[in-house]
Write a protein that binds this ligand. Structure first.
Ligand code: BTN
Length: 327
């Protein structure tokens, strides 16, 4: 009942909601308006009351709440179930355990903090409480449509779209798995594959630095990373960002399942931070330097080498060592 009240309060924002409308949102069989308001305030919502009993929603808690995220979400697969934890080792660990216990495809795990958050190639991932989106999604694509590199790219595209929709900021993809604003990393994507009888699950992990101040970032990333709030110059509504991200992931997952390669390539090229840049990459311990001539989900990235020949790199074992767009 308090959720209908919450929706009604939200719809009246930034103005006042007449008391009679609040009463009817709670309904005659509910706990009554004073109790519904008490429950919302206990969850951290700030609600003002005027002399004539009108109500105005002034602030929402900056806590992730599964019901709140699910409400108003019209996705086909991603976000069918949403589970929020306060503290986990890694959301990818939790979603992996749930997958083994038969959790359905599309389940999303979010945590306020991770004690052992991980990035690509065994690196750690800084995940302080309440400052970011630390999230994993369980995907179980049909056999032969479960490519890790393509899933990493659609993850990056969804993050970039969600950032643009929520903040207006333009976020680019620095192949293979970084999302950057103004050359600084704001988000990363980590896709891990788990074999199961009859196929394999993909654990799509996404980490976004949302509301950390620049001075809060650990020294080892302070010069190369930033957060959305720093880039936007104002705090970002995390629940709203998560909802938008789930909708974008659902859309991009559908595009991938439909094998609409042209759309993925077109959007990747448009938002690539590496296309046309000189980069150094490593594959199976060997380093290669060249200019990125093209990006394509089928062939990977095409690197023009110093002798003018083109070499393609694709797969999970490639790492970007350096690039002239780092700064
Ligand atoms: C990278 O850029 O190296 C990838 C970072 C991925 C971080 C996310 S946070 C949620 C999920 N759980 C993890 O332990 N890692 C991913």
């Amino acid at each position: 009942m308090s959720d209908r009240l919450l929706d009604t309060l939200r719809s009246a924002r930034p103005g006042w909601l007449p008391r009679a409308r609040a009463e009817s949102a709670v309904g005659p069989s509910g706990p009554g308006l004073p109790e519904a308001l008490r429950r919302l305030r206990a969850r951290g919502f700030r609600i003002d009351e005027s002399d004539d009993g009108g109500l105005a929603l002034r602030g929402e808690p900056d806590l992730l709440d599964a019901d709140d995220i699910r409400r108003g979400l019209h996705t086909r697969v991603v976000g069918r179930r949403v589970r929020v934890f306060q503290r986990v080792t890694s959301t990818n660990d939790v979603i992996g355990d749930l997958a083994r216990q038969g959790e359905p495809e599309g389940t999303v795990v979010l945590a306020e903090t991770q004690t052992e958050g991980r990035g690509r190639r065994g690196r750690g991932w800084w995940s302080p409480p309440g400052k970011g989106v630390w999230m994993s999604v369980l995907l179980s694509p049909p056999v032969r449509r479960g490519s890790v590199p393509v899933t990493t790219i659609i993850g990056g595209l969804a993050v970039s779209d969600a950032i643009r929709a929520s903040t207006g900021l333009s976020a680019l993809i620095r192949w293979p798995n970084d999302v950057v604003i103004g050359g600084r990393k704001v988000a990363g994507v980590l896709v891990e594959a788990h074999q199961r009888p009859g196929g394999r699950d993909l654990l799509l992990g996404i980490g976004i630095d949302v509301n950390a101040g620049q001075d809060e970032l650990p020294p080892e990333i302070a010069d190369i990373a930033t957060s959305l709030s720093e880039a936007a110059g104002e705090p970002i509504d995390r629940p709203e960002l998560v909802r938008t991200l789930l909708a974008e992931l659902d859309r991009w997952y559908r595009i991938k399942l439909d094998r609409d390669i042209d759309t993925i390539n077109e959007q990747w090229r448009e938002r690539s931070a590496t296309l046309g840049r000189r980069i150094v990459l490593e594959e199976h311990g060997r380093r290669f330097e060249g200019t990125v001539a093209d990006v394509d989900v089928r062939f990977g990235i095409a690197l023009r080498m110093s002798r003018g020949n083109i070499r393609h790199f694709r797969g999970e074992h490639i790492s970007l060592i350096g690039s002239d767009c780092d700064g």
